[in-house]
Design a protein around this ligand. Structure first.
Ligand SMILES: NC(=O)c1ccc[n+]([C@@H]2O[C@H](COP(=O)([O-])OP(=O)(O)OC[C@H]3O[C@@H](n4cnc5c(N)ncnc54)[C@H](OP(=O)(O)O)[C@@H]3O)[C@@H](O)[C@H]2O)c1
Length: 340
């Protein structure tokens, strides 16, 4: 089978050369174990946390030569565990490889492989709307953002898995939603998902686009990015605005200190003078099962769409993962189709 290992710790944003594709024997399941064939691999930006030489945040660390970490949807192809049968489809975190053996009774705090119901929705959605990104989007809007009808919500990295869902959930809550994304195609995609307005942060007139989209300011800023995009939004936040800090992808390659200049003084000025309510959180934990139930209901009612962008084959994973940080055209959840 093929597997992707970390070639060297990442420095800055991930590059395809940080990874290496290898051949390896297909593992065999022992007592109480299950053999999984990977169908889908999700390329979450948070995987970047696992490949720093020094662990800065996150719970998983991958060292050079080890198989890359990552969430997957897989088919059970052999089972020595009474809870799993050949043909079951499960979601787990088996990494960037074509086959994996798991021991459900020895699972970590995130739990054993989650059995999926293919009748509910395409199984790939377990890595997007009906999985951790969906739980995170729900948490951004409801658990942490407390978005109410009539409010205005602005979302950075809005065309990504979390942002595209968060915007649709905020619309269901009765809010006006403005998305920020890179490039006219992504901005058009946001309008197609029902966002009220979109601003292209890569356009020279981004500041004007943002001002036009937020004439009354914003009550909630769901930030996935940090950096210059976040600084551009701050002046538009109303007094007491809530700011769920979902992610800070602009800084993921920087460790603990950026190259400067130091923009923290302006950030703190906005926090204090506007009385901002800023909160970080783990979407998987805050969203929980309630998020999955709500989103499944909205999908069934046709109120939520789950855009996916798919790259084919495990070998494509390194380049696709690097593209998340350096520019790509994906709308919604970015997936690798590992096998059919
Ligand atoms: N708190 C949690 O539990 C939790 C859970 C899941 C995800 N997250 C975080 O939430 C964020 C979104 O995740 P996702 O799964 O939606 O990711 P995604 O689908 O991969 O989308 C990420 C997008 O971020 C944008 N981006 C990348 N670098 C950027 C930069 N320097 N400046 C501005 N935009 C940039 C890119 O879109 P453009 O083409 O528009 O630039 C990219 O496609 C990430 O920060 C992720 O780590 C947090």
């Amino acid at each position: 089978m093929k597997q992707v290992v970390l070639a060297s710790y990442a420095s800055g944003n991930p590059k395809p050369s940080d990874f290496r594709v290898e051949d390896a024997p297909i593992p065999q399941p022992g007592e109480g174990e299950v053999l999984l064939r990977t169908l889908w691999l999700g390329l979450d930006p948070l995987i970047r946390f696992a490949i720093d030489e020094k662990r800065l945040s996150g719970v998983t660390q991958v060292h050079p030569g080890e198989v890359m970490y990552g969430p997957t949807v897989s088919a059970v192809v052999a089972s020595n565990h009474p809870g799993y049968a050949v043909g079951d489809v499960v979601e787990d975190r088996t990494g960037w490889r074509e086959y994996a053996v798991v021991a459900p009774d020895k699972a970590d705090w995130r739990g054993p492989p989650r059995k999926l119901d293919p009748a509910l929705a395409p199984v790939s959605t377990a890595l997007g709307a009906l999985g951790m990104p969906g739980q995170t989007a729900h948490a951004c809007v409801i658990g942490i953002g407390r978005v109410a009808a009539g409010e205005t919500v602005v979302i950075s990295a809005a065309a990504g898995a979390v942002g595209s869902l968060a915007g649709q959930i905020a619309r269901i809550r009765g809010a006006r939603v403005v998305g920020i994304a890179g490039g006219p195609d992504k901005c058009r995609g946001l309008l197609g998902l029902g966002f009220d307005a979109a601003a292209d942060y890569k356009a020279p007139d981004f500041a004007e686009q943002l001002a036009k989209a937020l004439p009354e300011g914003a009550d909630v800023f769901i930030d996935n990015v940090g950096g210059e995009v976040m600084l551009a939004v701050l002046p538009h936040l109303k007094r007491g605005a809530r700011m769920p800090v979902c992610g800070f992808i602009a800084y993921y390659g920087m460790g603990m200190e950026g190259p400067g200049p130091d923009k923290l003084p302006g950030f703190f000025r906005a926090i204090m003078s506007k009385g901002l309510e800023i909160k970080g959180f783990g979407g998987f934990l805050v969203g929980g099962q309630q998020a999955l139930d709500d989103i499944a209901g909205w999908i069934a009612e046709g109120r939520i769409r789950c855009p996916e962008s798919v790259v084919e084959g495990l070998e494509a994973a390194p380049e696709a993962f690097a593209g998340v940080f350096s520019g790509n055209s994906h709308l919604g959840k970015l997936l690798v189709k590992v096998s059919g």
